[in-house]
Design a protein around this ligand. Structure first.
Ligand code: ACM
Ligand code: ZN
Length: 496
């Protein structure tokens, strides 16, 4: 228990203290229930710290609420009085979330209104995706965002590691992926596209880019795990593979000698057995690096034109009796799912993996609206909602805001998302794993800009993932988000 006390004490010494007093009303995401008591307390001076993890009294306290096991693990009870703090939780995870709530109040003011809080999450996937392919970010940036995710009680970091403009993870069997496909002629994505999308060798003068070594990845995973965050890697297939084809041209449908693959060919050749060998070898190293249950295999936006003309693809389709190229994509996804399942893991794919027939155990990430998610749920699959309409954090937050893509997506719109609607029958609600905000980085090449896109909208994603729907109220949320923007200033984060 000693270590926990040290965690609390050091955590609570750091205080922004811009407001006269804080209370559970300041916490993002809004807790399930709280009660305000008489008086204020000052945690660093608290004489009595009573911490009980895994005790029967707590389990009895939350029993009436009929929670799922995963909710019980994350639940906590915290009581703050003038004499000190009491925390009860079934598991270290719940204890950790109690500390985040204490942190949240302490950052607002060191004088905290005495209170009792009983709290647990609504959804099990409260995610954030960062695209480090379009624009690479060093591991320090990633850790900084993991810190904020932890404060917001978010628990899944989707690491978009590989894509058209750069491969960002060490794979020993295919060294060109990081000695070549991680480095490009221009730092900025748009400049690079306009400059003919050329890669360079790592030691060429003017090579821009970077990648994470296996040691870096281990460091990030450990850092996340200490904050109860699971890191889910994404290895894109069969589209968005310009960079791997640039390094290993035999992976596309085109003749490697023709150099045609350098003209924006994104798709792997699903007819070619060498492609499966490549993907399986890459995944074997990924399995070794990432303890997470999930592996995201992408599956989005594959242009299938080359497959129509490729003799190898056509032969595969004939042999398998396929009548269209969607079935060929589905063949690749199902085959890769089996490989991932055989290694004890589960795939997540973007909602295009529904086309041509969904792989039997796949979890679907619904991004082109919510229809794909609803269809997958109706077929008995788990779903994570990250629709462009609400959770694409690369979209503009206001007219004229910096360089960005997409329509306007202000804070209020992100906050307004409700994952459970009339399209989901009550017996299928358990298939909704949760929600996720995605930061694609085509137009986001600086760390400060990435933070401006993330905050405060990530607060809205967090509250949608954790808080009960009846606790959601935009006016209250907006006030807390603006208050937290001030805390972000103090903590050294940029925000909109
Ligand atoms: C996506 O935005 N292409 C998943
Ligand atoms: Zn082909």
């Amino acid at each position: 228990m000693r270590i926990h006390l040290i965690v609390i004490a050091s955590a609570l010494l750091a205080t922004f203290n811009a407001f006269a007093q804080s209370s559970p009303k300041d916490i993002i995401p809004a807790p399930v229930q709280f009660e305000i008591l008489q008086g204020t307390t000052n945690l660093p001076d608290a004489k009595d710290m009573d911490i009980r993890i895994g005790n029967k009294k707590f389990l009895k306290k939350i029993k009436p609420y009929g929670l799922e096991d995963w909710q019980v693990k994350s639940a906590y009870y915290m009581e703050l009085t003038p004499n000190g703090v009491r925390i009860e939780a079934a598991d270290n995870e719940g204890f950790f979330y109690a500390i985040q709530s204490a942190y949240m109040m302490q950052f607002v003011s060191k004088d905290i209104q005495c209170c009792k809080i009983l709290d647990w999450p609504r959804f099990r996937h409260r995610g954030m995706m960062l695209d480090v392919s379009r624009n690479f970010q060093p591991k320090e940036f990633v850790k900084k965002q993991l810190d904020m995710m932890a404060l917001l009680k978010m628990n899944r970091f989707h690491f978009h590691l590989v894509d058209h403009p750069g491969w960002r993870i060490q794979i020993d069997k295919y060294p060109l992926l990081t000695s070549f496909s991680a480095w490009r002629t221009k730092d900025d994505w748009e400049d690079w596209i306009n400059d003919g999308q050329r890669f360079l060798n790592a030691d060429d003068p003017g090579a821009h880019g970077g990648f994470y070594t296996k040691k870096d990845i281990a460091e990030i995973i450990d850092y996340a795990a200490e904050r109860h965050i699971e890191v889910i890697p994404e290895i894109e297939m069969p589209g968005h593979n310009f960079e791997s084809i640039a390094a290993y041209p035999y992976l596309s449908c085109l003749d490697p000698d023709s150099k045609e693959h350098l003209k924006n060919v994104q798709e792997l050749c699903p007819g070619n057995e060498q492609v499966y060998e490549f993907l399986e070898n890459v995944l074997l190293e990924v399995f070794e690096m990432f303890p997470s249950k999930y592996i995201h295999i992408g599956g989005d936006e594959a242009g299938k034109g080359h497959w129509e003309k490729c003799p190898v693809c056509q032969a595969k389709m004939k042999a398998e009796g396929f009548s269209n190229v969607e079935e060929l994509q589905s063949y690749l996804v199902k085959r890769m799912e089996k490989f991932v399942n055989d290694h004890g893991k589960t795939i997540i794919g973007w909602d295009e993996i529904l086309e041509g027939g969904l792989a039997p155990n796949a979890t679907v990430m619904s991004w082109r609206g919510t229809e794909g998610g609803h269809k997958a749920i109706a077929e008995g699959h788990d779903v994570i909602f990250s629709p462009t309409s609400h959770f694409y954090l690369d979209y503009h937050q206001a007219e004229g805001q910096y360089r960005a893509v997409g329509p306007l997506l202000p804070l209020k719109q992100t906050y307004s998302f409700e994952p459970i609607d009339e399209n989901i029958s009550p017996e299928n609600v358990h298939h909704v794993l949760g929600v996720q905000g995605n930061l694609w980085t085509e137009f986001v090449n600086k760390a400060w800009h990435a933070e401006i896109m993330l905050y405060p909208r990530l607060f809205a994603v967090a509250e949608t993932g954790w808080s009960q729907p009846e606790k959601k109220d935009y006016e209250s949320f907006y006030a807390r988000a603006m208050q937290w923007n001030k805390v972000l200033d103090y903590l050294g984060y940029r925000h909109f």
